[in-house]
Each structure stands twice: as C-alpha cells, then as structure tokens.
Write a protein that binds this ligand. Structure first.
Ligand code: ZN
Length: 142
C-alpha cells in the first residue's frame, strides 16, 4: 500500500494512463462503486518511486493481494517470473478473456503467473460481477 502522498493532479494522470480501470483485474472505475487505489507497481519498500511510470490504478483487492510482490511462480513450469507490469507491458500480449468474457486467461508465463498470484478470477466478486457486466454489455472493456 502507498505511503507517499499522491496529489489530485497525479491521481488524474494515473487514472488516465490506466484508462480508469484496475490494471490487473480490469474492473472499470465507473462500475465498481468504490474508488480505485493508486498502486506502486514496484513497491516503495523495493525502491519504487511515486512517479507516473511506476503508478497504476488497482482495485483494493488486487492491491492487497499483490502486496509488495514483483514476482510470482509460473504455474506450468514452477519457475519464478516477474509479475505483469501494466505500464511497460501490453495487457493483450499477456492475457485474454474466455469466450464468455468471464475468465481472465494468462497466455504467457508472465500472464499465467499474474493470474494465479493476484487471483484474477476471484469467484465471489469478480466472476459474479463480470457475469453481470457481460449481460448488460459493459464487459469485456474495449
Ligand atoms: Zn483489480
């Protein structure tokens, strides 16, 4: 979690850069009902700076689950890989949605490790919410 103060201006820049959605689970700000957090991609405890390139929007759950990690286990090989970096890597190169839009699928080692580590298919909230959002045409985000 962030300890540094984030100015309103910086928050606006981060929100724009993150396209007003959680950079991990892709939940969109306008549908979730609570304010997304500003998350340090490289945690401050590991030397990450409070600058636009190291900040992204994240929902509370993704932020908490990620904690101060920057790496995770790739489930197919058991090797440790870096977590997805929302500002340096392209979402669509590491993830895709299942045909019904409900499940996020990792398509690279980084994608697979990030889906597992951040529990990006959390049943209680994400799957139920995505099912509803898909029904009303709000999901997946374009
Ligand atoms: Zn999230």
């Amino acid at each position: 979690m962030s300890k540094s103060h984030i100015s309103t201006h910086l928050r606006q820049q981060v929100a724009e850069q993150s396209r007003d959605r959680c950079c991990y689970c892709q939940s969109q700000q306008r549908y979730i009902g609570i304010l997304l957090t500003v998350e340090h991609i490289i945690p401050e405890s590991l030397g990450g700076t409070t600058t636009l390139d190291n900040l992204c929007l994240a929902c509370w759950d993704c932020n908490l689950i990620k904690g101060n990690r920057i790496a995770a286990i790739e489930p197919n090989t058991g090797t440790t890989v870096r977590l997805f970096h929302p500002n340096k890597q392209k979402w669509s190169e590491h993830f895709c949605w299942s045909d019904d839009g409900i499940y996020m699928i990792g398509i690279t080692p980084i994608g697979r490790a990030t889906v597992v580590a951040l529990k990006l298919n959390r049943p209680v909230l994400l799957l139920h919410a995505r099912r509803f959002w898909t029904e009303v045409g709000w999901h997946p985000p374009r």
